[in-house]
Design a protein around this ligand. Structure first.
Ligand SMILES: Cc1ncc(COP(=O)(O)O)c(C=O)c1O
Length: 223
């Protein structure tokens, strides 16, 4: 979709999507589905994105760089300290930063991806906001973008949502709408302080389990 938009405006093709080796398989799959070419970035021995490799690939593909997709904290469970410079680097090369919101339960109330450099992010209500996760779904959630990307959000002619550049991407305008009241009620009942507390206890619990099980399962990566 992004590629055909650029093509229709007579612009050069920006179709390279950098994706770190640590990400979930759905990230390269999504990039491929919209016609992007995936370029994998290496991770170092601590499981962090290898910034040297990242910089080299930004420079090599600068002319065609569309985006990087990252997950924060990473799929390795680490809050990578290089995330801000990473986002800045992509922006310097004209690319955008997609932050996979799958691990948002470790950020809610503490940080937002837009603050550290993300341009687009989805929230998985079925992971972070109380929708049961398992048995294949029901997955649903909003896509959040920086102001200058609002025009590229999908529209839906039959639902009264104006179609600007991108039309419907789903037959149902609001996706799996019947589950949305669950997340809405969860947020209202928790309140801002409650949501922040849930994040803090999620991080504490993850570390507690890791320490309790350390004689049985190694913790592969840590900050
Ligand atoms: C980092 C990451 N991205 C994407 C996904 C896929 O999520 P979904 O259930 O929305 O397909 C997962 C699944 O756990 C994940 O861990």
């Amino acid at each position: 979709m992004i590629r055909s938009y650029h093509a229709s405006k007579g612009r050069s093709h920006h179709d390279i999507c950098l994706i770190p080796a640590s990400v979930h398989g759905t990230n390269p799959a999504s990039a491929q589905m919209v016609g992007m070419q995936v370029v994998v970035v290496a991770c170092d021995e601590q499981g962090n994105i290898d910034m040297q490799d990242f910089k080299a690939k930004c420079e090599l593909h600068s002319d065609r760089l569309a985006a990087v997709m990252i997950t924060y904290p990473s799929t390795h469970g680490v809050f990578e300290t290089s995330v801000k410079p990473l986002c800045e680097l992509v922006h310097e090369h004209g690319g955008r930063v997609y932050v996979d919101g799958a691990n948002m339960n470790a950020l809610v109330g503490i940080a937002t991806s837009g603050e550290f450099g993300g341009d687009v992010s989805h929230l998985n209500l079925h992971k972070t906001f109380c929708i049961p996760h398992g048995g294949g779904g029901p997955g649903v959630g909003p896509v959040c973008v920086m102001q200058d990307l609002v025009a590229f959000l999908p529209g839906h002619a039959s639902a009264g949502v104006a179609v600007k550049v991108v039309g419907a991407i789903n037959a149902a305008p609001l996706g799996n709408a019947a589950v949305l009241p669950i997340s809405s009620m969860y947020c209202r009942m928790m309140g801002a302080d409650g949501l922040k507390h849930a994040t803090e206890s999620a991080i504490l619990s993850a570390n507690y389990i890791s320490v309790q099980l350390k004689h049985h399962y190694p913790t592969l990566y840590a900050s």
